[in-house]
Unconditional design. Structure first.
Length: 69
């Protein structure tokens, strides 16, 4: 019952519900879940890339320290 679509008594402009503003972006209600998943995946990938970059920099610094001594 919760998944039923409500029928509005007046026709919708353009045949779809209006977009809502969420976090500075206009998102139609159908797209909200997909966009949230996309941002979650992107941030997780970005975090992995940051960790890998930091590991590479740390390894490089360790090698330089060994050469200096």
């Amino acid at each position: 019952m919760a998944n039923e679509v409500q029928v509005l008594p007046f026709p919708l402009k353009g045949g779809h519900p209006p977009a809502v503003k969420a976090g500075g972006m206009r998102i139609s209600k159908k797209q909200e879940i997909g966009i949230l998943e996309k941002h979650t995946k992107t941030s997780a990938i970005a975090n992995v890339a940051k960790v890998q970059a930091m590991d590479a920099l740390n390894d490089t610094l360790e090698k330089i320290k060994r050469r200096i001594k």
